[in-house]
Each structure stands twice: as structure tokens, then as C-alpha cells.
Ligand binder design. Structure first.
Ligand code: F6R
Length: 259
């Protein structure tokens, strides 16, 4: 069976995240030693939590500095104030930014507080800021059960740029518990596009648990289709899936060895 995207299988999310965090730390240290910024593309949701925990540990215990890091988050719910407990702005500060030495002016998260007539300009400016920063060096992704990366729901074209999207019903259902009911989950979001994501020089997609197994298989071993945005990663020269055993259970291909 052809494996169209390299993947590595670990005993636990924590073990996978130690490897991803170590790759990120190496990149930051190497670029910092040459006086260069490192541009990270960051995801939210439950999947990257162990990764952020490990990056915080590397900062607190092993002196990893984020002073030379610029970050761009993938997405934000539209209609949420940044201080809303479920906003991605709150999530990122609570789980990473408040615990490391990243400079506030280097943190970029799409705004969820936009009037309709501000959205297009905001999205174009977000793209311009990524370009001005030199592009994304390392992009972290999760995957939704609709196959979305960022919030690029089925039907989003491969070349899409940062834009407003409508959230799929399944995505809203998955988010319902943390919002205390589906009626409280926003219906729209701003997301980096598939085209924006695919320009990152290195991409690590993380997925855990049996609920992700079938979509992980479609993304890696299925056809490249706009019905599964993550399948577009088959076209990327340096994308890797980091999986636990449950998320990898439906794959037929052979994993790279976790080292
Ligand atoms: C979050 C994002 C989404 C999530 C995906 C998985 O910034 O862009 O693509 O990565 O919905 O969510 P979790 O990790 O909660 O299963």
C-alpha cells in the first residue's frame, strides 16, 4: 500500500509531542544562534495541549527562549471577544504564551471581533504579515473529523488564502461540550487557507485517539480531494503525521520508526 504522507506512530501523545517539541526547539535554537526569528504556525484544540506543555517545560527547565519566535495562529471563531473563555486568543495565552518569554508584539491570531466589512481587509493583512515575516518555518496542525486543517471545511480549494468560513455541523457538534451546547458554538470562523498552510516549510500534523483513525487514513491513503482538506498535505514535500496507535489503527502503510 502506498503511503502518501510519512507518518510516525507513538505509544502516547506525550511521546509524540516530545519528538515534535524537540524538533521545534532545535529549529529555534539553530536560527536564534544566527540571529534569525523562527516563525511558528500554531493550532488550538485538545490535540496540541501536550505539545504546548512540553514546550513550556523546555522553556522553564531547559532554557528554551521564545524571544526570537513569531507566531501565527491558524484560526479564530468569529463573533467571540478575545477574552471569551473559548476564544483561541484565550486558549493560546492560557496554554502557551503566558508561560514562555514570547514577545506580545510577535503573537498573531486572527481577530474574531470583526464587522462584515472589515473581514476581507483583515484576512489580506494576515496573509501580508505572514509574507513579511518570511513565511512559516514550522506549522503545527490538528485534524477535524471533517478532514479540516485549520478550519478549511470540505469544499475549500487547495489554493485558498486566509478567509471567513462556515463551520461544518460535525465540527460544531465536536466543539459543543466546551461551549456548553451547540447553540453557543459560533457558526463562522476566520482561518488560514489551505494554500497558506501548504506554503509552510515544515508541517507536523498531530492526531490522537480512535475517533480520528478513519479521517487520518483518508488523508494519508485516500485520493487528494477538497472533501478532505488534510489530503492536500500529500502534495507537501515536508509534511509528517505524528500519531498515537489508536489514530494510526486504520492505516495500511508502513510507519517510519519513532526515534
Ligand atoms: C484548531 C484547528 C482545528 C483543530 C481540529 C482538531 O486551531 O485549526 O483544525 O486542530 O479541529 O481539534 P481537536 O484537537 O480539538 O480534536
Amino acid at each position: 500500500m502506498v503511503t502518501n504522507i510519512p507518518f510516525v506512530v507513538f505509544d502516547s501523545p506525550e511521546a509524540a509531542c516530545r519528538q515534535v517539541a524537540s524538533e521545534i526547539a532545535q529549529l529555534i535554537r539553530e536560527r536564534s544562534s544566527r540571529g534569525r526569528q523562527t516563525v511558528l504556525g500554531l493550532a488550538t484544540g485538545s490535540t496540541p495541549l501536550p505539545l504546548y506543555k512540553e514546550l513550556v517545560r523546555l522553556h522553564q527547565e531547559e532554557g528554551l527562549s521564545f524571544k526570537n519566535v513569531t507566531s501565527f495562529n491558524l484560526d479564530e471563531y468569529l463573533g467571540l471577544n478575545r477574552n471569551h473563555p473559548e476564544s483561541y486568543w484565550t486558549f493560546m495565552h492560557r496554554n502557551l504564551f503566558d508561560h514562555v518569554d514570547i514577545l506580545p508584539e510577535n503573537i498573531q491570531i486572527p481577530s474574531g471581533e470583526l464587522a462584515d466589512d472589515q473581514i476581507e481587509t483583515h484576512c489580506a493583512e494576515y496573509e501580508a504579515r505572514i509574507r513579511k515575516a518570511g513565511g512559516i518555518d514550522f506549522q503545527i496542525l490538528g485534524i477535524g473529523r471533517t478532514g479540516h486543517i485549520g478550519f478549511n471545511e470540505p469544499g475549500t480549494p487547495i489554493e485558498a488564502k486566509t478567509q471567513k468560513i462556515h463551520l461544518d455541523e460535525l465540527t460544531r457538534r465536536d466543539a459543543a461540550p466546551s461551549f456548553g451546547g451547540i447553540e453557543n458554538v459560533p457558526t463562522e470562523a476566520i482561518t488560514m487557507g489551505c494554500g497558506t498552510i501548504l506554503k509552510a516549510r515544515r508541517i507536523a500534523l498531530l492526531a490522537w485517539g480512535s475517533k480520528k483513525a478513519s479521517i487520518v487514513r483518508e488523508a494519508i491513503e485516500g485520493v487528494i480531494t477538497d472533501q478532505v482538506s488534510a489530503s492536500f498535505l500529500q502534495t507537501h514535500p515536508a509534511a509528517t503525521f505524528f500519531l498515537d496507535r489508536e489514530a494510526a489503527a486504520d492505516l495500511h502503510g508502513v510507519a517510519r520508526r519513532a526515534s
